[in-house]
Design a protein. Structure first.
Length: 208
């Protein structure tokens, strides 16, 4: 799998670098020549090999992929917006990484259905977004998301884990100063019926 990832990444970056060089050449043809000569060019150390690896870019200018953001990373962005980089080279690199990572995830899922971390993440996202059953079945067929049954099983597992975490956080010994004071007021539940008939219609429930 590492070989496949490197192969796909190198192929995508090769195409991206060709497009980027074409854009730069077009921009150079339109701009007048500068009398500064080679003074404005960056100095490259001869002892340092220049490769097309992902480590050639400065990590400070490469934005973090939202998929890999942790709670600590999110707290660092408090008050700021997660925006795409304006550097074309960074955008090309992130796009190549996404293509290679997604393709490898599809191949791994086709070989073994237990390798479904990316598929479960996509399935939960599609379920929350209201993707239709037909589209979800097609995405499951090509290996981009898990089945509906697996998605609901993962949702139940996440719900149980969240319930355990909430109970442990609001225990008396864990929160002596701030006791649990959660109250849901005026909740409206609608039991929606798609095919309405006599005695079989949508109902609204109110509660606190």
């Amino acid at each position: 799998m590492p070989f496949l990832y490197k192969l796909l990444f190198a192929k995508a970056m090769e195409k991206g670098m060709e497009d980027l060089e074409t854009q730069n050449n077009d921009a150079d043809d339109e701009t007048p020549e500068d009398d500064g000569g080679l003074a404005d060019l960056p100095i490259i150390d001869e002892a340092t090999p220049v490769t097309s690896s992902t480590s050639s870019l400065d990590e400070a200018i490469v934005p973090k992929d939202p998929v890999w953001l942790t709670q600590r990373n999110v707290s660092e962005y408090d008050g700021y917006a997660l925006a795409k980089s304006k550097d074309p080279l960074v955008c090309k690199r992130l796009r190549a990484e996404t293509i290679a990572r997604t393709t490898c995830a599809m191949v791994a899922y086709a070989a073994n259905r237990r390798h479904n971390a990316s598929q479960l993440s996509n399935s939960l996202m599609f379920l929350a977004a209201g993707v239709t059953k037909r589209v979800r079945e097609y995405l499951n067929h090509i290996g981009l998301c898990s089945s509906r049954k697996t998605t609901h099983a993962a949702l139940q597992s996440l719900g149980k884990e969240a319930e355990i975490n909430i109970k442990s956080k609001f225990k008396t010994e864990n929160s002596p100063i701030l006791p649990p004071s959660i109250c849901y007021d005026n909740l409206d539940f609608q039991q929606n019926v798609h095919m309405a008939s006599v005695g079989h219609a949508s109902m609204m429930f109110h509660g606190t």
